[in-house]
Design a protein around this ligand. Structure first.
Ligand code: GLU
Length: 356
């Protein structure tokens, strides 16, 4: 019996190494995260994908990528053996090391903050234009017009009779303009004359109190929106994150970091959704992997966002394997070789410019 099991085992080993020399196919879990893994015309590219292709070539295996929506699901698929390893922008952490094995560090990373670009004039102009064309702006204008025209009509109606009253003209035109001017002046607490007729005075008293409330409301909303803007523009580094609404990516190390920092976290599956939330002013900043944010700030996000502070909470990316995977050693050897023979450097320059 023992012999049979032993035979079967060695047969498996032989067939395994035979498969490898023939180009065994490995299922590799990954996740789209620009510029490490990018989907282009139905196939995958990016720094991590190209690095893996080099490794796969050297260890003589074929690859079948399994794309997962979050890092958590990517790592879980290694546990369930849906994939034999994972490569994307996976940070090596103490907690993950308990469940998975990681390769040698394949990329120096860390976290970084981006905020909307404050220097871009086009950004300021775009904000003003967006403000003017927003429905809220026109609703406000409509409400003010209505609020001026109603008392103007009441005052015109009662004030056209008394001689020496508020209005010099008794006809509707231009009398109504004078009345509207008075109601506008009262709204801004600037009216220097008051109606003479009793009925118009009653209406004027109501109107004056309304203006007091309106002015208080107006002052309060301008003050609070200015304070809000100041608060939003206040992020200069990780120490300013507590209490702020910050966007990040579901299942990533940055979410944990933000929670520890007591920030209010808005989680998105794709980092692109976090960029959008930032553009729409729904969050004060995006905190995420530095290489990803830097790449965005230099490409699609150029002029729209800026990084603040330096890279904090340094991390390394690694290739994830199931615990005690025999593949790890082979991959590590090749990874080190690629760093030594300049292939890694070439890839780095291609995707990030400069040197690693
Ligand atoms: N590097 C981060 C992590 O491993 C984020 C990666 C990602 O969102 O793809 O948690």
């Amino acid at each position: 019996m023992k012999l049979r099991v032993g035979l079967l085992f060695s047969c498996l080993l032989v067939s395994n190494s035979f498969a490898q020399s023939q180009g065994e196919t490995l299922r590799v879990a990954t996740r789209l995260v620009k510029p490490f893994v990018i989907e282009e015309k139905g196939s995958l590219t990016g720094f991590s994908v190209e690095l893996w292709s080099e490794i796969a070539k050297q260890i003589n295996v074929k690859t079948e990528f399994v794309v997962k929506p979050t890092v958590k699901e990517l790592l879980a698929s290694i546990n369930t053996q849906e994939a034999q390893l994972g490569i994307a922008a996976i940070s090596i952490t103490a907690e993950r090391e308990l469940q998975w094995d990681f390769s040698q560090p394949m990329f120096d990373a860390g976290l970084q903050i981006i905020v909307p670009s404050q220097t871009s004039e086009s950004g300021i102009l775009a904000n003003i234009i967006a403000g003017v064309f927003s429905p809220t702006f026109w609703q406000l204008i409509g409400a003010i017009l209505l609020a001026i025209l109603i008392p103007a009509h009441i005052v015109w109606f009662f004030e056209r009779r008394p001689v020496g009253g508020l209005l010099a003209n008794k006809s509707y035109f231009p009398g109504i303009f004078e009345a509207a001017w008075w109601s506008l002046a009262s709204l801004a607490a600037q009216a220097d004359q008051m109606p003479k007729s009793a009925a118009a005075r009653v209406a004027a008293v109501f109107w004056m109190f309304t203006s007091v409330v309106f002015l208080a409301y107006f002052t309060a909303s301008v003050t609070s929106s200015l304070t809000l803007q100041q608060l939003r523009g206040d992020i200069k580094g990780p120490e300013d994150l507590p209490g702020k609404k910050i966007a990040s990516v579901k299942g990533s190390t940055s979410v944990e970091y933000l929670r520890q920092r007591n920030a209010e976290v808005a989680e998105f599956t794709k980092v692109e959704e976090a960029y959008e939330a930032l553009q729409h002013g729904q969050v004060s900043a995006v905190v995420y992997d530095a290489p990803v944010l830097l790449y965005y700030a230099a490409h699609e996000g150029k002029g729209k966002v800026q990084t603040v502070g330096s890279i904090f909470r340094k991390e390394n990316y690694g290739i994830a394997f199931p615990d005690k995977s025999p593949l790890r050693k082979r991959v590590n050897e090749v990874l080190l070789k690629l760093k030594e023979n300049g292939t890694y450097e070439k890839l780095y320059t291609k995707w990030f410019g400069g040197s690693s």
